[in-house]
Design a binder for this molecule. Structure first.
Ligand SMILES: CC(=O)N[C@H]1[C@@H](OP(=O)(O)OP(=O)(O)OC[C@H]2O[C@@H](n3ccc(=O)[nH]c3=O)[C@H](O)[C@@H]2O)O[C@H](CO)[C@@H](O)[C@@H]1O[C@H](C)C(=O)N[C@@H](C)C(=O)N[C@H](CCC(=O)O)C(=O)O
Ligand SMILES: Nc1ncnc2c1ncn2[C@@H]1O[C@H](COP(=O)(O)OP(=O)(O)OP(=O)(O)O)[C@@H](O)[C@H]1O
Length: 496
């Protein structure tokens, strides 16, 4: 990695942020060999970034003691006395730009594909990665995991903070990988985590009311506008014509050099999907694109996944991947904790583990299950989190009431609230279908399988692959829904 002198960091700050004051104290030529906003990670030669709502001056003191020779901040601190400093008016923006400099502009050596939308980001990202990997290695930054071509790690955010993001991109380049598929959250766009990153392709899947809370977006408009920011740094925009906000999304996509559209409803779309059928657990559909029609298969059920497949197909095509690579990539793609199907030996019980946990995904999931499993009773097992996203209690309660035949309400990250209180509140919105509360999630799954009638689809939703549960202020280990359903179904098979 090339290291640059401190004066270059001042230049970058001057170019993109507003430098209100700087005092390099004769250290202009000193090389910056570390860049971090975490005082615990500081080593000699570091430029320390003071940022964050919970930032304390003591962190700067610690950074100085550990060898940071300069700090960048929106205000001057006593603790920084004797250190060089760069004071700016927008620390988050400058931090992102300096991270790009520190990691030697890694995106220049990568094709970067950003996936945005309220639902389907992870699935589409994995579809596209699987297509790309028919020919070349591909990195991923998703809410499930990160992969830089060598190491897979658990993800902490949908989109990492700018400094970590640039580090991932750098490592990916070092590992000889040329493609990076990444989920781009509205938070990342709003708070400059992806500032300065040029997306070769930017996908907009859909939008529905979500992530509106005191710590996320104040209202829908802020959420929507944040999502649209991606097109200001995108070469090829890919836009879903179905669902809300298509007109405004297409307008925003004009910021990109080129727009490609996809749809299951509008024949004029560049990628039009039709004739969806179920073949065993697979979905089969036709895609009409560039005047030709071709049949594709998806290993993962869920009608909504066809939309994700069309988006991945459009992106892969724009990147130059062949029809064969796209066909095989889609046919073999699977995503952990999303539409994972478990069959009882007698064919009567089908367990489904899925990650639906908001209004849009709940409605799509349960309406899809009704169509895909005619003749089966649909049993929904779910809860909603405590302390946040309170609107989900109504949204999910109403959606389950509309589509499921029976409902078991249970724990889903209760945090500091009581599981029973949360479930009772969801229950207020269930007016037409029988429901019961079983606080312990593992027990709820057991009851769903043992007490359901002959032919039933038991959909355990909301936590997918997650193997922890937030109880009080702590995350405690808890078997994932995948483990719970597999175990219960094994016992069911043994009994029958
Ligand atoms: C903990 C927390 O709430 N952090 C939020 C906050 O970050 P912040 O910069 O203000 O961080 P902070 O924790 O207050 O800052 C403390 C600072 O002190 C430093 N420190 C701390 C301790 C120490 O010993 N030494 C030290 O230097 C920390 O490194 C940090 O720089 O402000 C940022 C921007 O304003 C937020 O992005 C960020 O959200 C956290 C990361 C978060 O999880 N947010 C969620 C809502 C989020 O971003 N979710 C999206 C997905 C949503 C979707 O699905 O669409 C995501 O991309 O993950
Ligand atoms: N295109 C889609 N439209 C609506 N719902 C979808 C779509 N794709 C997937 N879903 C539903 O949303 C759930 C989450 O999907 P996925 O993880 O791909 O989305 P995401 O955007 O990454 O979600 P999150 O922001 O919660 O991490 C799935 O389990 C499924 O129920």
């Amino acid at each position: 990695m090339n290291f640059y002198p401190l004066k270059k960091y001042l230049e970058v700050a001057g170019e993109y942020g507003t430098v209100t004051k700087s005092a390099l104290l004769g250290k202009e030529e000193q090389e910056v060999t570390g860049l971090t906003y975490n005082s615990k990670e500081v080593a000699p030669g570091t430029l320390f970034i003071c940022k964050g709502a919970n930032f304390k001056e003591a962190y700067l003191q610690e950074a100085k003691e550990r060898g940071a020779f300069c700090y960048i901040s929106e205000k001057e601190y006593q603790a920084g006395a004797g250190m060089s400093c760069i004071i700016v008016s927008d620390i988050r923006q400058v931090m992102a730009r300096q991270a790009i400099l520190f990691y030697n502009e890694p995106a220049k050596d990568l094709k970067v594909i950003g996936i945005g939308g309220t639902k389907g980001k992870t699935t589409t990202a994995f579809y596209l990665k699987n297509i790309i990997e028919q020919k070349a290695p591909c990195g991923i930054l998703s809410s499930i995991c990160t992969y830089d071509g060598k190491t897979e790690a658990v993800a902490h955010n949908t989109t990492p903070e700018s400094v970590e993001l640039q580090k991932y991109l750098y490592q990916t380049v070092q590992n000889g990988v040329k493609y990076m598929v990444m989920e781009v959250s509205s938070q990342a766009l709003k708070y400059h985590r992806v500032e300065g990153l040029d997306f070769d392709i930017g996908v907009f899947l859909n939008i529905s009311e979500d992530h509106i809370s005191p710590i996320e977006h104040p209202d829908f408009e802020d959420y929507f506008q944040s999502k649209m920011l991606m097109f200001k740094q995108t070469q090829t925009a890919i836009v879903n014509l179905d669902g809300g906000e298509r007109v405004r999304a297409l307008e925003a996509a004009k910021n990109a050099s080129q727009t490609i559209t996809f749809s299951l409803e509008d024949k004029t779309a560049d990628y039009y999907g039709k004739d969806i059928e179920k073949v065993g657990e697979h979905s089969r559909f036709k895609a009409v694109a560039k005047g030709a029609e071709k049949t594709y298969e998806l290993a993962m059920p869920g009608l909504f996944n066809i939309e994700n497949a069309l988006a991945a197909m459009a992106a892969a095509n724009a990147l130059g991947f062949s029809e064969e690579e796209i066909y095989t990539g889609l046919k073999t793609a699977r995503v952990k904790g999303r539409m994972e199907i478990f069959h009882g030996k007698d064919g009567n019980k089908i367990g489904i583990v899925d990650y639906a946990h908001n209004k849009l995904s709940f409605e799509k999931l349960f309406s899809s299950l009704k169509k895909e499993y005619p003749g089966y009773r649909i049993i929904a097992v779910f809860g909603t989190p405590g302390g946040k996203a309170f609107g989900r209690r109504k949204d999910l309660g109403e959606a389950a009431d509309r589509y499921a035949d029976e409902i078991i309400l249970t724990a889903d990250e209760p945090g500091i609230e009581q599981v029973r209180d949360i479930c009772e509140e969801i229950g207020k919105y269930i007016k037409h279908k029988p429901f019961q509360i079983v606080e312990e999630r593992s027990q709820a799954v057991e009851i769903a399988f043992s007490s359901s009638p002959e032919k039933a689809v038991i959909a355990v939703v909301g936590k997918g692959h997650e193997a922890s549960m937030k109880i009080g202020h702590e995350y405690v280990d808890y078997p994932s829904d995948l483990e719970l359903v597999a175990k219960v179904l094994k016992a069911y098979d043994e009994r029958n």
